[in-house]
Write a protein that binds this ligand. Structure first.
Ligand SMILES: Nc1nc2c(c(=O)[nH]1)N[C@H]1C(S)=C(S)[C@@H](COP(=O)(O)OP(=O)(O)OC[C@H]3O[C@@H](n4cnc5c(=O)[nH]c(N)nc54)[C@H](O)[C@@H]3O)O[C@H]1N2
Ligand SMILES: Nc1nc2c(c(=O)[nH]1)N[C@H]1C(S)=C(S)[C@@H](COP(=O)(O)OP(=O)(O)OC[C@H]3O[C@@H](n4cnc5c(=O)[nH]c(N)nc54)[C@H](O)[C@@H]3O)O[C@H]1N2
Ligand SMILES: [Mo]
Length: 762
C-alpha cells in the first residue's frame, strides 16, 4: 500500500529528464528561492523573514545545522533555507473546516506533498476512537486525554516520546525532564536514523560524539575530504565555506557514488564573480566509490600511509593514542588490492593520487553525512576515518579534525539536552541532584526498537515532538501497522503530514509555533537557543505573528502536559518554566557541563562554543583516556548476480519527508519523484531502457521481499552496480531489521534490489 502513489491525489508524478548540472547555486537558485517564498508568503513577508534568517538578532534557519560565519552577509540564507522558511511562514492554513471536509480515510490517500501544501495547522484537533474525522478540541481537554492514557499504562515504559531535530534546547530539556520524571528513558529521536553511527563511532574512539572542527578550521585546512554528503542540496552554505577554504589553498577530495553538482563547481550568489562568471571549481579529485566501499578505501589509504616512511605522526600516536599496534598489524595485513578495487570500484591509480594529496597535507579534515552513516558497517567505516586522521595527528590541532555534518538544525542540541534513550549516568545524576527525583536508569527504546515495541503491543502511547515518524522510518507497511496498534498517538506539529493520518485508536494533533514566530509568554517575549553542527550555541528569535492565535509554544505544551500528567506530586516548577524560558536555562546551566552562566553567555551576539576536549586540549575522555585506534575487519556489501545496490536519498526539492516540489534540478530531473538512477552499462545488462518503468524489489536475507512499484529508469553516471532513488517513497523497501551494527541506524543506503519491468504508476 504505502509503496504505491496515492490513488486520489491530484498531483501527477511524471518525470522529465535532462542532463545533470555541473555547478550549484548562482542566479537560478536565488530566483527559485524568491519565487517559492513569494508563492507561500507574499512579497512583504518574504522580505521580513529572509532578512532575519541567521542574523545575530534573528532566528536560526530551520533548514540545516551548518554554522553561521562570524561575518555574515545581509542575506545569510540559501535557496533551500529559503524554502524551509517559506514552508513554515506560508500564509496557507489548515482549519477545523478543512478537517470537517476531509475524513482521515481521504487524507490517508493523499501524498505527503499534497498534505504539506495545505498550510499551517491552526487548532488542536482530536480523533476519537472509531471516528473518521478530526474535531477541534480545547487544549485542556487534549492534555486530559493524554493524561488519561498515560495513567492507564501498566508501566511508564509503555509510552514512547519521539523527537525530531528542530526542537529548541529549552523545549528538549523540558521534554526529557518530563519523560524521566514520568519514569521512562524511551526517548528515540531522528538522530537514531541519522548520525547515530557517527556518535557511536566517535564516542568510543575520541570520547565525544561530536565533530572536532570549527568553521575557521575549514579555512585553515590543506585538505578537506567530503565523503557521503551532498552539500549543494542539503547544506548549501557549506559551499561558501569550501570556496573560502579553496581560496586559502585547500584541496578537496569528494568521495561519492554520484557526481554531485554542488561539489563540482560553486557559483557564490554573494559575489559578483559567482553570479556572472564560471564560479569556483571545488573538487580536485573525485573518487566515485561504490556504495558501502568507504571502509575499504580508508583502510587501504591507512595501509599505504603506514608503508610510507615518515608519514605517521609518531609523537602524536605515542602520546595521545591507544591500540596503534593492533590496528597497524590489521591494516598491514590487508594487502589484497583486488579486494580493495572490488569493494571501492576505484582504480589503483585513483587511490594512489588520493594518497599523494593526503601525504602533501599537514592539516586534513574529513566531512561526512548520510553516505557514511546509513550502512550496516557504518560504525567501523567511521572508525576507519578516525584511524586515518589519528595516523597523521589530524585531531586536536587547527585546520584538522572530524566533521560529521548534522542534518536537522538542532539535532545536535537536542542530544546535548538529554534526548537520548541511553543517557550517561553522570547526566542522570545531575538531573537527580537538581530536581530531586530518581530518574529511571534502564535504557529506553531507540527508533527501531520503539517500532518493534508498538508492533508487539509493548508500547501503547506514542508522543512525537515534531517530525513525521511513519514516513521517516523504515519498513513503511510494518511501521504503519505498528503505529495503528497504539492506544493514543500525539503529534506536536507545524504542518500536516502522514503521521497525522496513520494513527492509534485515538489521536491528537497539537499545533505549535515555528522558529519564525514571536513567542510571548506571561513573562514577556521569549527566545530559544540552538546548537549547530560545530557545537556553537546561540539564540533564535522569531518575529512573525503566529500562524494562529490558538498555537502554543513547544515549551508551553510540555510544561502543561507535565503538570497534568505528573499532578501535584511533581516538585518541578513547570509554570515558571512556561512563563520564562530564562528559568529553564538556569537549570540547564546547573545540569549540563559547558552551559555554566548560560543566560549571560547566550546574550552575547553570536553565542558561544561548547567545550570539546579533543579539539580544545587534545585530551580524549575515552575508557582508555587516549584516542583509540580500532581494528575492525573490512566489510562491504556483496551483490548477487543481476542485482543492484540501492541508496535512498534526498532530491533538491525536499526536506526529509517534506516535499517542496517535484524537481531535482542539479540532477536534471523535473516534475516527478518516482525515478531510479542506474548506470547506463548496468541498465544495458539488465535490459532497462532509459524512460522505461520498473518495480524496485528489495531482497532480504530472511527470504522476504518488499516492492515499490512504478519507477522511471534514468540512465545516470552513478558508480557501477549502484542505483539511487528518493526517500521516503523507498522506505517501504528497507527492512526494519536491516540496521547498522552498534548504532542500530536503518541501513537505508544499501539495499539489494531487483528491477522488474512494470507500468508507470499514475
Ligand atoms: N534541502 C535539504 N536540506 C537538508 C535535508 C533535506 O532533506 N533537504 N535533510 C537534512 C538532514 S536531516 C540530513 S541528515 C542531511 C542529509 O544530508 P546528506 O547526507 O547530504 O543527504 P542524502 O541525500 O541522504 O545524501 C547522501 C549523499 O551520500 C552519497 N552516498 C550514499 N551512499 C554512499 C556511500 O556508501 N559512500 C559514499 N562515499 N557516499 C555515499 C549520496 O550519493 C549522496 O550524495 O541534510 C539536512 N539538510
Ligand atoms: N530511506 C531513508 N529514510 C530516512 C533517511 C534516508 O536518508 N533514507 N534519512 C533519515 C534522517 S537523516 C532523518 S533526520 C529522518 C527525519 O525524520 P523526521 O525528523 O521525523 O522527519 P521530518 O520530515 O524532518 O519532519 C517533518 C515534520 O516536522 C514538523 N515540524 C517542522 N518544523 C517543526 C517545528 O518547529 N516544531 C514541531 N513540533 N514540528 C515541526 C512538520 O509537521 C513536518 O511535517 O528521516 C530518516 N529516514
Ligand atoms: Mo538527518
Amino acid at each position: 500500500m504505502a509503496g504505491k502513489p496515492p490513488a486520489s491525489d491530484p498531483i501527477q508524478d511524471s518525470p522529465e529528464v535532462s542532463a545533470p548540472e555541473h555547478y550549484a547555486v548562482g542566479l537560478p537558485a536565488i530566483g527559485h528561492a524568491l519565487r517559492v517564498s513569494q508563492q507561500q508568503m507574499g512579497v512583504r513577508r518574504t522580505a521580513l523573514t529572509l532578512l532575519r534568517v541567521n542574523q545575530k538578532d534573528g532566528f536560526d534557519c530551520p533548514g540545516c545545522a551548518w554554522p553561521e560565519p562570524e561575518h555574515r552577509h545581509a542575506a545569510e540564507f540559501c535557496e533551500n533555507g529559503a524554502k524551509a522558511v517559506a514552508e513554515e511562514a506560508t500564509l496557507r492554513r489548515v482549519t477545523p473546516e478543512f478537517f470537517a471536509a476531509h475524513p482521515v480515510s481521504d487524507l490517508a490517500d493523499r501524498s505527503g506533498y499534497w498534505l504539506g501544501q495545505q498550510g499551517r495547522l491552526t487548532q488542536p484537533m482530536y480523533l476519537a476512537e472509531g471516528a473518521d474525522r478530526y474535531e477541534p478540541v480545547a487544549w485542556e481537554r487534549a492534555f486530559d486525554i493524554i493524561g488519561e492514557e498515560l495513567a492507564a499504562l501498566g508501566s511508564p515504559d509503555e509510552a514512547v516520546f519521539y523527537t525530531s531535530g528542530r526542537t529548541s534546547n529549552e523545549a528538549a530539556f523540558l521534554y526529557q525532564l518530563f519523560a524521566r520524571e514520568f519514569g521512562t528513558n524511551n526517548l528515540p529521536d531522528c538522530s537514531n536514523m541519522c548520525h547515530e553511527s557517527s556518535g557511536s563511532a566517535l564516542t568510543e574512539t575520541i570520547g565525544i560524539g561530536k565533530g572536532s572542527v570549527l568553521l575557521e578550521d575549514l579555512y585553515k585546512a590543506d585538505l578537506i575530504i567530503v565523503a557521503g554528503q551532498n552539500p549543494g542540496t542539503n547544506h548549501p552554505r557549506m559551499l561558501s565555506a569550501l570556496e573560502q577554504a579553496k581560496a586559502g589553498g585547500a584541496k578537496i577530495i569528494s568521495i561519492n557514488p554520484l557526481p554531485e553538482a554542488g561539489l563540482e563547481r560553486f557559483k557564490n550568489p554573494q559575489s559578483p564573480r559567482g553570479l556572472a562568471g564560471r564560479g569556483t571549481a571545488l573538487t580536485d579529485l573525485f573518487l566515485q566509490v561504490r556504495l558501502g566501499g568507504d571502509q575499504a578505501l580508508f583502510r587501504t589509504l591507512n595501509r599505504l600511509i603506514l608503508e610510507t616512511e615518515g608519514a605517521v605522526d609518531t609523537d602524536f600516536v605515542a602520546e595521545h593514542t591507544h591500540g596503534f599496534e593492533e590496528f597497524a598489524a590489521a591494516a598491514r595485513a590487508d594487502t589484497d588490492w583486488d579486494a580493495t578495487l572490488a569493494a571501492t570500484g576505484l582504480t589503483r591509480e585513483e587511490i594512489e593520487r588520493a594518497l599523494e594529496m593526503v601525504l602533501a597535507s599537514r592539516r586534513t579534515i574529513v566531512c561526512w553525512a548520510m553516505g557514511l552513516t546509513q550502512h550496516k558497517h557504518s560504525v567501523p567505516t567511521i572508525q576507519e576515518v578516525v584511524n586515518f586522521l589519528l595516523l597523521r595527528g589530524n585531531i586536536g590541532r587547527p585546520g584538522a579534525g572530524v566533521c560529521p555534518v548534522r542534518g536537522h538544525s538542532n539535532v545536535q542540541g537536542d542530544r546535548t539536552m538529554g534526548i537520548f534513550e541511553r543517557p550517561a549516568p553522570a547526566f542522570l545524576d545531575a538531573l537527580e541532584k537538581e530536581f530531586g527525583f530518581a530518574p529511571p536508569r534502564e535504557h529506553g527504546l531507540d527508533v527501531v526498537r520503539a517500532i518493534r515495541a508498538l508492533r508487539d503491543g509493548d508500547a501503547k502511547v506514542f508522543f512525537a515532538m515534531g517530525g513525521n515518524f511513519v514516513s521517516a522510518t523504515p519498513d513503511t507497511d510494518v511501521t504503519e501497522a505498528a503505529v495503528r496498534r497504539a492506544r493514543l498517538t500525539v503529534h506536536v506539529s507545524t504542518k500536516l503530514n502522514r503521521s497525522h493520518v496513520v494513527t492509534g485508536a485515538r489521536a491528537l494533533i497539537l499545533p505549535t509555533l515555528g522558529r519564525t514566530e514571536r513567542d510571548v509568554q506571561a513573562g514577556g517575549e521569549q527566545f530559544v537557543t540552538v546548537e549547530d553542527s560545530m557545537g556553537m550555541v546561540h539564540a533564535s528569535r522569531g518575529r512573525l505573528a503566529p500562524a494562529s492565535p490558538h498555537l502554543l509554544s513547544e515549551p508551553a505544551i510540555v510544561a502543561r502536559l507535565a503538570r497534568r500528567a505528573l499532578g501535584p506530586d511533581s516538585r518541578t516548577p513547570w509554570e515558571d518554566f512556561e512563563q520564562d524560558y530564562g528559568t529553564v536555562r538556569d537549570r540547564i546551566a546547573r545540569v549540563i557541563p559547558g552551559f555554566e552562566d548560560f543566560n549571560a553567555k547566550v546574550a552575547r551576539p553570536g553565542g558561544f562554543a561548547l567545550p570539546h576536549a579533543p579539539r580544545d586540549e587534545r585530551s580524549f575522555p575515552t575508557a582508555t583516556g587516549k584516542a583509540n585506534f580500532t581494528a575492525a575487519p573490512v566489510e562491504y556489501p556483496h551483490l548477487p548476480e543481476g542485482r543492484l545496490l540501492l541508496q535512498t536519498l534526498r532530491s533538491h526539492d525536499q526536506y526529509n519527508t517534506t516535499i517542496y516540489g517535484l524537481d531535482d534540478r542539479y540532477r536534471g530531473i523535473k516534475n516527478g519523484r518516482r525515478v531510479v538512477l542506474v548506470h547506463p552499462e548496468d541498465a544495458r545488462a539488465l535490459d532497462l531502457a532509459d524512460g522505461s518503468y520498473t518495480d524496485l524489489v528489495s531482497e532480504w536475507t530472511d527470504g522476504t521481499e518488499r516492492r515499490a512499484p512504478g519507477f522511471r529508469v534514468v540512465h545516470y553516471p552513478t558508480a557501477r552496480g549502484c542505483a539511487a532513488a528518493y526517500y521516503p517513497e523507498t522506505n517501504v523497501l528497507v527492512p526494519l531489521d536491516h540496521t547498522a551494527d552498534t548504532s542500530n541506524t536503518p541501513a537505508s543506503k544499501s539495499l539489494v534490489v531487483r528491477l522488474e519491468p512494470a507500468a508507470p504508476q499514475t
